[in-house]
Ligand binder design. Sequence first.
Ligand SMILES: O=C(O)CCC(=O)C(=O)O
Ligand SMILES: [Fe+2]
Length: 160
Amino acid sequence: MDRKLKALKKPGIMWGFSQAHSDRFARNLLWKETLSFPYSVKSSRSMKYIIIITFGLFFCHRMDIKNSSSTTRCKYYPACDEPSLVLGTGHHSDPTSLAILYQDQLGGLEHVVEPCPDALVINVGDTFMSCLHRAVVNESMERKSMAFFMNPREDKVVNK
Ligand SMILES: O=C(O)CCC(=O)C(=O)O
Ligand SMILES: [Fe+2]
C-alpha cells in the first residue's frame, strides 16, 4: 500500500492511484482501486483496425487517432463480503470517444449486451453517443480489469 500511496492522484491531475471516487454521487460505496496513466497513440495500425472492424471506415476517419489523447486505467476490485452493498464501478457512460475494456475471467461488467468471455468490449463514449454500464464485485474473488480510453485532444472540435 505504501508504494500505491506514493503514486496517489493529486487534485486536478488525472494520473495516478486512487481508491473509490468518493466525491462522485453513488448510493452504494464504490469498492475498488484505480491506477490511471496517460498514453499517446501516435500512429497505431492496430488501433485503426480495431475501430474499422468494430465501427467501420467512416467512424475511423472521424476518430482522428493521431490527434487523440488517451488514458489507460487498471482497476482492482477486492473481494467483498457484502457485494450487494457495494458497486465496483457505478452506472456511467464513458466521457470519452472510445473505450476498449478488458476484464478477467471473473466477469462482472454489466452492459447493455452480455460481454463475451475472452473478448474486448469496445464502447463508443459520450463524444458520439452514450452507453450505460457498470461493474460489480465478487464475494470470494478479487476482480481485475483494464480500460483504454481515447479522447480527442482538448483543442480539437468534434462534429457529431
Ligand atoms: O471494470 C470494469 O469492467 C469497467 C470499468 C469502466 O467501465 C470504466 O473504467 O469506465
Ligand atoms: Fe466505463
